[in-house]
Design a protein around this ligand. Structure first.
Ligand code: COA
Length: 141
C-alpha cells in the first residue's frame, strides 16, 4: 500500500461526534495528566492506538502490529475527568495493511460539551504467529 503524505491525510471538519459506536471509551484520570495538569498527549495516543487496533483486529481476523502513525493532530487540551471516545473508520486496505482514521472526541466533565480533540491515521499490518506480514482475509484487501 502506498504511504499517504501529510497533505493527503484529510481532517474532518464535523461539528458533532460521529454516530458510529466508538471503538473505545474511557474516563481520563489524574494519573494520565502531564505536569501542566492536562492529559498527557502520549497517553491519549496510546488510547487511539488501542482503539485503532481493536478496529483492525476485527477486520484482519487475527494478530496485528502497528506499523505507522501519520497526520497526528492535537486540536484541543483534554482535562482530567473528561470522557473520551475514539471513533474509527477504515481509510484504506492493502494486501496486508489496514489504515484506520481515529478521531477522539471528549464530553467535558465541566459542562457536557462535546468536542473533537485529536485525530490521526494509524496503520496496522496483519501478522502471522512468527510476526511476518500475512494477507488480509478475502474481501478486506
Ligand atoms: C509490521 C511489520 C511486521 C511489517 O514488516 P515489513 O517487513 O516492514 O513488511 P512490508 O514491507 O512487507 O510491509 C507490510 C505492509 O505494511 C505497509 N507499510 C510498511 N511500512 C509502512 C509505513 N511506514 N506506513 C504505512 N504503511 C507501511 C506496506 O505498504 C505493506 O502494506 P501492503 O501489504 O498492504 O501493501 C514490521 O515492520 C514490524 O514488526 N514492525 C514492528 C511492529 C511493532 O512492534 N509495532 C508496535 C510498536 S511499539
Amino acid at each position: 500500500m502506498d504511504k499517504l503524505s501529510a497533505q493527503e491525510i484529510k481532517h474532518s471538519t464535523r461539528a458533532t461526534p460521529p454516530q458510529s459506536v466508538p471503538a473505545l471509551r474511557t474516563l481520563t484520570m489524574p494519573a494520565d495528566a502531564n505536569p501542566n495538569g492536562d492529559i498527557f498527549g502520549g497517553w491519549l495516543m496510546s488510547q487511539m492506538d488501542v482503539a485503532g487496533g481493536i478496529h483492525a483486529y476485527s477486520l484482519s481476523g487475527g494478530r496485528i502490529a502497528t506499523v505507522a502513525v501519520d497526520g497526528m493532530s492535537f486540536h484541543l487540551p483534554v482535562h482530567i475527568g473528561d470522557l473520551i471516545s475514539c471513533h474509527c473508520v477504515t481509510e484504506r486496505t492493502g494486501t496486508t495493511s489496514i489504515a484506520v482514521k481515529v478521531e477522539t472526541w471528549v464530553k467535558r466533565r465541566a459542562d457536557g460539551r462535546e468536542e473533537k480533540v485529536t485525530e490521526g491515521l494509524f496503520t496496522y499490518v496483519a501478522i502471522d504467529a512468527k510476526g511476518r506480514p500475512r494477507p488480509l482475509p478475502v474481501g478486506e484487501s
